[in-house]
Write a protein that binds this ligand. Structure first.
Ligand SMILES: NC(=O)c1ccc[n+]([C@@H]2O[C@H](COP(=O)([O-])OP(=O)(O)OC[C@H]3O[C@@H](n4cnc5c(N)ncnc54)[C@H](O)[C@@H]3O)[C@@H](O)[C@H]2O)c1
Length: 254
């Protein structure tokens, strides 16, 4: 997919990994629709501001996401790409001092992270499938954000790991189905990245994640995630996979 001429929808684009994608893809010349509950944490540089439309919306809402896609297509042209970054972090032991884990919180995490991603993918795919195919029969690309917690979930991460495991598992069946429409689907599973979400974790948790990352021995930077997203858009043989981007971290039980 050619980034320069494309309209790309990014969820969670107001913060962290999504914000880095908004910035880098707009800088490459894409028209970007940032779908988030909150306005952007940082102001965009003036030279790319007119290539980004912020549409406040909840990823779990059908009507709000349909409206966001319509806004993007009116402003920048047919949708070709989607990057689902919106998500929430949550940790709670299955059975703690105060009793069993909250069913309500489990449902909330699954609803935002997994159902919200599915909602984006289905509505984006419907729009992308309407495009003219290019010379290589491609119509567009969808990138979903899983996590290494899908594979090495820690104690307390049952709901978060389940949500991210679902995103990892969806990549292949979606790629198989959408292949006939010329749409590729890839999940990226980041390790520990320096973002506002990571800042919400206690210092000892952040340090423990750095200690478990062999090299580079630090948190990932959001621009490194955005760089892989751009590569997925451009490399046509990437499809149906879950790509770990993690400095070789394999998280221990805690
Ligand atoms: N930072 C990490 O170390 C890390 C590691 C692995 C996976 N991830 C995943 O990457 C994604 C981005 O994480 P981040 O670290 O940039 O987090 P972040 O908290 O900085 O950004 C997440 C954004 O999603 C938005 N959002 C939350 N719920 C929403 C909803 N219902 N509708 C629309 N927008 C909503 C938030 O407002 C926020 O702007 C998440 O899915 C997260 O689970 C992050």
């Amino acid at each position: 997919m050619q980034i320069e001429t494309s309209t790309i929808l990014i969820t969670g684009g107001s913060s962290g990994l999504g914000a880095a994608c908004v910035e880098s893809l707009a800088r490459r010349g894409a028209g970007v629709v940032n779908v988030d509950l909150q306005p952007p944490c940082d102001e965009l540089d003036a030279d790319i501001a007119d290539r980004v439309a912020f549409v406040p919306a909840d990823v779990t809402s059908e009507s709000e996401i349909r409206a966001a896609i319509a806004t993007g297509e009116e402003r920048f042209g047919p949708l070709r790409g989607a990057v689902a970054c919106a998500g929430v972090l949550f940790a709670e032991k299955l059975v703690g001092r105060d009793g069993p884990a909250s069913l309500e919180e489990f449902r909330r995490v699954i609803d935002i992270n997994l159902t919200g991603t599915f909602n984006i993918v289905r509505l984006a795919a419907e729009a992308i499938a309407r495009n003219e195919a290019d010379a290589d029969d491609e119509r567009g690309v969808i990138v979903m954000t899983s996590s290494v917690a899908a594979f090495d979930g820690q104690i307390g991460q049952a709901s978060y790991s389940a949500s991210k495991g679902g995103i990892a598992s969806m990549a292949l069946p979606l790629a198989r189905e959408l292949g006939r429409s010329g749409i590729r689907v890839v999940s990226i599973a980041p390790g520990a990245f320096e973002t506002p979400m990571m800042h919400s974790a206690p210092d000892r948790v952040r340090q423990s994640l750095i200690d478990q990352t062999p090299f580079p021995h630090r948190l990932g930077q959001a621009h490194e995630f955005a760089s892989l997203v751009a590569h997925v858009f451009e490399n046509r043989m990437l499809n149906g996979s879950v790509l770990r981007l993690d400095g070789a971290i394999r998280m221990g039980p805690r």
